[in-house]
Design a protein around this ligand. Structure first.
Ligand code: NSS
Length: 432
């Protein structure tokens, strides 16, 4: 195919004649002058087609343009302050590459169910393109943050033999003669092993939870980044989290202004995200919630409503630490000051987005960890290797997991996390 340019590159080419390929969003015409707005994923461009300036075939092709027809337009670029991207193309030729009859998603309102059935086409809409670009920035920021700080990426397995978090939310599959394999709920146990090899590590990949929950915060497949650091205690762990979250937000504010504007995101609450984040112990959180009229009792995990109510009391993300042992995973270190609790924390995002991070200092005492594995009824033989980390040079270590979709939903200001991933998987959704 002959050379063409991406729309994002056009502002630098004003005065030149270029060809652009893309998909038709809208057309309008008044007699002998016509307009077509196209998109190519990198931007939006208006082309002006004057009957007198184009071959008859091009004028005739314009008449056949429908929403999402793929086309090539050639012409001279001129500056136009009112146009998207500041340029407009005066067409000298236009050709259809692929027809599009009756595109199902029209500019009118559609219901959510309909849109998700057409997710493969809905991805082309302006809002969805903006969300995808913010997600990309979040992921790039995550990688840069750890790379700049000397962390080593360690890819952990997706097919696993041991339960990472909760027995209740496992996807299992038959694994040859070795019994059941589980889809990873977390890479944590493996990065703990890698932290003893490399000091500062992280894994980043898809994780799976057979969550029967229908909330706007749960997917069955979601992306999680999990750093793990040798010699960090719970306090250091929270420090790393606030620096990390602040870095991601700052990056998006700096580099994704256009997309956040497209999403009509009020960025004022995001601009307040800077260390230090307020810290509240679980016990204090229960007292606060009761004072605010909640039915919360000491010993229960915080639910979505409680997280929202609590987070509303602060102008930036809040750290809730030292939860009751009974509601948290087996690997968290018992709190020496109060053995009913563990040295963990959740990071709650403001504006009703709730928990975006769960983290903890890990139990580094062999006997205590074994006792927890037994108390939870976990199959001991599957954890021999994990217990070894406490047998050969045990070490203070901590880490956390940040859910990408919850973070993207918060930054974009979208109500449901299923729009924060291209092809969401939920209790009801396996297609497309
Ligand atoms: O279950 S977590 O709280 N913690 C872990 O998995 C630890 N193994 C992390 C670690 O210490 N290395 O999940 C962490 C985050 C949580 O705060 C959410 O942001 C996200 O992962 N998460 C989810 N996002 C979407 N859907 C579901 N179902 C989900 N579950 C957790």
């Amino acid at each position: 195919m002959p050379d063409s340019h991406r729309i994002e590159a056009l502002p630098k080419l004003v005065g030149q004649t270029v060809a652009v390929r893309g998909w038709v969003m809208t057309t309008r015409s008044s007699g002998k002058i016509a307009f077509v707005v196209l998109r190519d994923g990198t931007g939006y461009l208006q082309a002006v087609v004057s009957k007198k300036d184009v071959p008859d075939a091009a004028w005739e092709a314009f008449g056949r343009l429908t929403q999402e027809t793929s086309i090539e337009v050639r012409g001279a670029l001129r500056a136009d302050a009112r146009a998207p991207g500041g340029v407009e193309l005066q067409a000298s030729d236009l050709g259809i590459l692929g027809a599009s009859a009756d595109f199902p998603i029209t500019p009118k309102e559609h219901g959510t169910a309909f849109l998700f059935e057409h997710r493969h086409l809905w991805l082309r809409s302006r809002r969805q393109v903006a969300i995808a670009r913010v997600r990309h920035e979040v992921i790039q920021a995550i990688r840069d943050f750890f790379h700049e700080r000397g962390f080593v990426l360690v890819d952990t397995p997706i097919l696993t033999g041991s339960i990472g978090e909760h027995a209740g939310t496992l996807f299992a599959t038959d694994y040859f003669d070795l019994g059941k394999a589980y889809l990873a709920q977390t890479g944590q146990l493996y990065v703990e092993a890698a932290a003893a090899a490399l000091g500062k590590v992280y894994c980043f990949g898809p994780t799976f939870r057979a969550e029967k929950s229908k909330t706007r915060r749960h997917l069955t497949e979601f992306w999680m980044v999990e750093p793990e650091v040798a010699w960090n205690d719970s306090n250091d762990n929270m420090k790393l989290q606030e620096d990390f979250v602040s870095y991601i937000i700052a990056r998006c504010l700096e580099r994704r202004k256009t997309e956040l504007a497209e999403l009509e995101r009020d960025t004022a609450p995001l601009e307040r995200v800077a260390p230090p984040f307020p810290r509240v112990s679980y016990t204090e959180a229960v007292e606060k919630l009761k004072a605010l009229g909640s039915e919360m009792e000491w010993g229960r995990d915080l639910g979505g409503d409680e997280e929202t109510l609590l987070a509303k009391q602060f102008d930036r993300p809040v750290m809730v630490y030292d939860y009751p042992r009974a509601v948290k995973a087996f690997y968290m270190k018992a709190n020496p000051a109060d053995p009913r609790t563990v040295l963990n924390n959740d990071c709650l995002a403001p504006e009703g987005y709730g928990e975006i991070i769960g983290g903890s200092q890990r139990e580094d005492d062999y006997d205590k960890l074994l006792a927890r594995i037994r108390a939870e009824g976990l199959p001991e033989e599957a954890y021999g290797w994990y217990l070894d980390l406490r047998k050969y040079g045990t070490f203070v270590h901590s880490g956390f997991g940040l859910g990408v979709e919850r973070t993207v939903a918060w930054i974009c200001g979208i109500p449901h996390i299923r729009e924060a991933i291209a092809f969401p998987r939920t209790l009801y959704k396996l297609w497309p």
